[in-house]
Every structure is written in C-alpha cells, then in structure tokens.
Design a protein around this ligand. Structure first.
Ligand code: GAR
Length: 196
C-alpha cells in the first residue's frame, strides 16, 4: 500500500482539467479544490464528487495567509493549477519548491505572460496563423509562465479549416491527455519510493 498524495487543485473556471485529474488519479491521491470564484462551475462538479472545496477572495489570498495556512494544515504535497489565473504570492511559492505545477494552453514562451490565458491565447495563435500550437506543463515560479518546463506537446494547425474554436478544442484534447499523466508521474516519483 502506498500513501496517497494530497493534492490542492486550484481552478477558477469550468474545471475540465481538474476533473480529468481527479478521475484519473482517484487511487493515487486525495484532492481539495481551491477556487477564487464563488460561481465557478468547477465548484459544483467537485462538490458532486464529495471533494472538499475552499472558496477564497483576492483579499484572503494576497492580504492574509489564510490559504497558505489551510494548505499547511491539510499537509498538501502538491499544488496543481488547472485554469487558475492569479499570480501566486512569493511566500506560497517559496513553501512549495517544485511542488506547484501549472498548465498553459500554448507552447511557452510563446503566448505566455499576464493577460494571456484561455481563449485569448487561441485567438492570438489564430491571428498569427501559427502552423502549430500546443500545451506547456511547468513548475511555477514567481513570474507568469516562466517556471521550469516539465512537458510540451504540440499539434498542427492549418487555415482553413482551423479557427480559434477548433484550436481551443485541439489544445484541450492535449491537456486532458497529458495533464493527468504529468501529475501521475510526479506522484510516482515522490510517493512510491522508500515505501515497503
Ligand atoms: C485551460 O486551457 C488551461 O490551460 C488554461 O485555462 C484553461 C482551463 O480550462 N490556463 C491558462 O490559460 C493559464 N494561463 P478548464 O477550466 O476547462 O480546465
């Protein structure tokens, strides 16, 4: 028997990636959802699965250490950002070296940085008529989208038929395929050693 990893999923939108990770890693991990939008669909989906859910606001996150205290109290091993757009406080990053993983819907360093998220990325890729796009899964540091890259996967584009919507769909397919794999890999490297 291996111990289960305790994973904090930070998400603020539909939560499709968070749900894929939960679905694929039920045996290997326990999850808590951290969400900064009280109306985000991801909350209802996680509650339906019986997943503990913590909602916080900007003041909680940046002016108090309530989120950090919660993570520490729950002895969280890994933080996974699955559609979370706020920059993390430096104190939080310092507490979890190589233990915070983000997914970004482009081939970083292209189309990264503040304001580049979700549909904005796909629109920019389309307008530049890029021949390819993809995903980047990376550790988080104190700058937007600049942490050490763990995995990138690309997909070809052409015009026609590609549009911002088809680009988004192609990227989402990659995200759903590879994000759970990367988290599983992190767990196997950090939780299956030294255990009888
Ligand atoms: C994902 O495409 C993820 O790459 C993106 O938000 C989406 C969340 O979708 N993250 C960023 O753009 C971070 N800069 P989901 O709620 O369906 O998982």
């Amino acid at each position: 028997m291996f111990p289960k990893a305790k994973i904090a999923l930070f998400a603020s939108g539909s939560g499709s990636n968070a749900l894929k990770i939960i679905e694929h890693l039920q045996k290997e991990a326990n999850f808590i959802l951290f969400c900064n939008k009280a109306q985000a669909p991801v909350i209802e989906k996680c509650l339906a699965l019986g997943i503990e859910t913590v909602v916080f606001n900007r003041n909680d996150f940046y002016q108090t250490q309530v989120v950090e205290k919660y993570l520490a109290a729950r002895q969280i091993d890994l933080i996974v950002l699955a559609g979370f757009l706020w920059l993390l406080p430096p104190t939080l990053i310092a507490q979890y070296p190589k233990r915070i993983i983000n997914i970004h819907p482009s081939l970083l360093p292209q189309y990264g940085g503040k304001g580049m998220y979700g549909a904005h990325v796909h629109q920019a890729v389309f307008e530049a008529a890029e021949a390819q796009t993809g995903i980047t899964i990376h550790f988080v540091n104190e700058k937007y989208d600049e942490g050490e890259i763990i995995l990138q996967k690309s997909v070809s584009l052409s015009y026609p038929p590609d549009t911002p919507e088809t680009i988004a769909r192609k990227v989402q397919i990659l995200e759903h395929q590879y994000f759970p794999q990367v988290v599983a890999q992190w767990i196997s490297e950090n939780f299956t050693k030294d255990v009888e």
